[in-house]
Design a binder for this molecule. Structure first.
Ligand code: K1U
Ligand code: ZN
Length: 171
């Protein structure tokens, strides 16, 4: 397993549309292992492969409560097959926009089909934090960030701040 660097905005790779996983093989399982290690270390509750620079449709997640046992889940080629008309506001964060949290409105419930690390097909109906996190991670696979759901004013302010930080780090 390897701990990988997490890309931070304004890194352009975060805007790529990730490619479907063609075959669930050992290389995909190794990438998922690296993603779990990186996600737990951050710490985060989800991670999309593009956040470590791999443009593949692979997501890791663990929504277990603080003192509960780990509950790692991998979602390969996840697709939203249904979204509720009901909307819900939830506070979101992003490991690619460190220490910035904001409320985002999204469909309250979604149905998502995906493959697991054995290549087995599943469909889950999600609500609560699972629905929020799945939508946030599937957005990453399409080059969309949670700040894209905010007003232009808020989004531009965030991009400006992190661009300044990146420039200072490069000097
Ligand atoms: O995709 C990511 O950038 C990970 C992100 C997932 C996410 C969080 C909240 C709402 C939607 C999606 C994070 O994990 S941010 C960090 C975070 O939420 C957290 C970190 C430690 C403990 C509990 C939560
Ligand atoms: Zn994110």
């Amino acid at each position: 397993m390897s701990l990988r660097d997490i890309l931070v905005i304004p890194d352009k790779r975060l805007r790529l549309v990730s490619k479907p996983v063609a075959k669930v093989d050992a290389s995909v399982r190794k990438l998922a292992e690296d993603m779990f290690e990186t996600m737990y270390d951050a710490p985060g509750i989800g991670l999309a492969a593009i956040q470590i620079g791999e443009p593949l449709r692979l997501v890791t997640m663990d929504l277990a409560k603080k003192d509960d046992e780990k509950a790692p889940q991998a979602f390969i080629n996840p697709e939203i097959t249904w979204s509720s008309e009901e909307m819900k506001v939830h506070e979101e964060g992003c490991l690619s926009i460190p220490e910035y949290y904001e409320e985002v409105e999204r469909p309250a419930k979604v149905r998502v089909k995906y493959l697991d690390l054995d290549g087995k097909l599943h469909e889950v109906e999600a609500d609560g934090i699972l629905a929020t996190c799945l939508q946030h991670e599937i957005d990453h696979l399409n080059g969309v960030l949670f700040i894209d759901h905010l007003s232009k004013l808020k989004r531009d302010r965030v991009i400006k701040k992190y661009t300044k930080i990146a420039k200072q780090a490069a000097d």
